[in-house]
Ligand binder design. Structure first.
Ligand code: ADP
Ligand code: MG
Length: 332
């Protein structure tokens, strides 16, 4: 007899926890073959992305594993959305750590099940191991775009408007909230921010609009300034960001009210990571269509700056340049 809390072996894990997540996806072959098989789709491009998460680096050791699993899936879906791709399926590689008993593993699979239903995707395959080190997992996500229509980082032109989806800064504030380091805020706001950090919202509903209207686009994961910098570099252009126009959540606005230096604090929000929004360059005649479409989809898309000749990102506050020391998060 094994109890639910006891870890099970690799094959039992695959059969009990992962095979149900592949149900209904013929590509996965019931997770009984050596490979998944994806029939080609004439007229479409298969868009592929991979993100890994390590305990103690991308999530906290005490975070519940259903949320960890969902975040892992969501950060990958965020990359697909930023490229204008519709989500299709994913592969999962997981190295269970010592803390992952049977219940923890079930929680992980339950989190995936919930988000699979929400985003309409299925598990196609993967690999399962265990490690004496920290829990490590990665997902390879697959999506489709019409041939040649995947939105690149390159493509921004001087005169384009810089736009960003949703709100900026909640990921950075949320990490502090999750660590209990955020004071001077109502408990409900702190909880909302921590939840936002643990469970970002990939902008899948905006993928089609980005594909139709953006000239260049990137996912905001390292920090808005750093990710806008990717657009600048790839497009060989300069980008100006006006901190005054940063879209903020109510919680972030409440936090800002307690700060003495608004420019420095807005810069913190614009350089902290984990927002999982979309930053894109948009030709002026496309701005309205993108903003209106996004509004209909229930997510704001806000103009925060412009593309200019030159290079790099210039951050402005009330018309004055602001010095940026760290554009965003970077692994050593
Ligand atoms: P291999 O010996 O080639 O590594 P495995 O025995 O690891 O094959 O995998 C058997 C099947 O189970 C394959 O279809 C594989 O994709 C699937 N699989 C293994 N681990 C996972 C996982 N974490 N998520 C989804 N599918 C998995
Ligand atoms: Mg294997």
């Amino acid at each position: 007899m094994t109890s639910a809390a006891e870890p099970t072996d690799e094959f039992d894990t695959i059969e009990r926890l992962f095979r149900p997540l592949a149900q209904g996806a013929p590509e996965a072959r019931g997770l009984l073959d050596d490979v998944a098989v994806i029939p080609s789709r004439p007229g479409q491009d298969l868009v592929v992305t991979k993100d890994a998460m390590v305990e103690g680096v991308h999530f906290l050791a005490e975070d519940p594993l259903d949320l960890v699993a969902r975040k892992l899936l969501r950060v990958n879906l965020s990359d697909l959305a930023a490229k204008g791709a519709d989500p299709y399926g994913y592969l999962l590689s997981i190295s269970w750590s010592k803390r992952c008993d049977g219940l923890a593993r079930e929680a992980f699979a339950a989190g995936l099940r919930e988000d699979q239903a929400h985003y309409g995707i299925k598990l196609f395959g993967g690999d399962t191991t265990s490690t004496p080190g920290p829990l490590t997992a990665s997902i390879t996500a697959l999506g489709w775009t019409p041939t040649g229509r995947t939105v690149a980082r390159a493509g921004a032109k001087p005169g384009d408007v810089l736009m960003v989806s949703g709100a900026i800064g909640d990921g950075w504030l949320g990490l502090q909230a999750a660590k209990g380091e955020l004071a001077h805020l109502e408990e409900a706001r702190i909880e909302a921010l921590a939840r936002r950090y643990r469970l970002p919202e990939p902008r899948t509903v905006l993928a089609r609009l980005v594909r139709d209207h953006a000239s260049a686009s990137a996912d905001v994961s390292d920090g808005l300034v750093a990710d806008a910098g990717h657009l600048a570099e790839a497009g060989k252009v300069g980008i100006e960001i006006a901190l005054d126009h940063l879209p903020l959540s109510r919680a972030a606005k409440a936090w800002l009210e307690h700060r003495v230096d608004p420019a420095a604090s807005l810069l913190d929000l614009a350089t902290g990571g984990d927002d999982y929004e979309i930053v894109c360059a948009v030709r002026p005649d496309r701005v309205e269509a993108l903003a209106k479409g996004a509004e209909r989809a229930g997510v704001p898309f806000t103009a925060i700056g412009r593309v200019v000749a030159g290079e790099g990102v210039q951050v402005m506050f009330e018309g004055q340049p602001v010095e940026v020391r760290h554009a965003g998060w970077r692994h050593k």
